[in-house]
Design a binder for this molecule. Sequence first.
Ligand code: CMX
Ligand code: CO
Length: 142
Amino acid sequence: MLSRIDHIGIACHDLDATVEFYQRTYGFTDAHFEVNEEQGVRECMLKINTTGDGAASYIQLITPIRDDSTVAKWLEKNGEGVHHIAFGTDGTDVQEEADGIAGKGVRVLYEQPRRGSMDSRITFLHPKDCHGVLTELVQKAE
Ligand code: CMX
Ligand code: CO
């Protein structure tokens, strides 16, 4: 089951400056930085709140580390802003969730889940099948 908003992904040009903005403006100080080579991003997960399913909701700030990353292309076209939303599973397998959604006619972008923030397993749904919203599914690490 999908049981929380896991994160909202926001693309930015200067990761450190954007993190600093979120910390100074809202007081979101719980920050986890990492580079995801496969996704072509450096990112910061800012924890906002815990959730009823024992997990948490985050703001994911992302900046491209390569000119050919999908986020670089998106930033070029749109400028900074909300890039995707992510729903979290309550521990169920993310591929099972994706298969169920694919059965409803929505394109799943990956054949197998890939590695996301903090060793989560992630996959994406095509924005054109989701009313214009790039949608990620997340199974957090055990
Ligand atoms: N939100 C909504 N629509 C989007 C979008 C987004 N983030 N990215 C692209 N689109 C739309 C475009 O506007 C375009 O629409 P039009 O044809 O009407 O202009 C269409 O989708 C195709 O866009 P594109 O610029 O040609 O981009 P691509 O098809 O090459 O790539 C996508 C789009 C979704 C397949 C690609 O971005 C992808 O594979 N995303 C998943 C991976 C990802 O985003 N990783 C970064 C985040 C990592 C993380 O969260 O950990
Ligand atoms: Co994400």
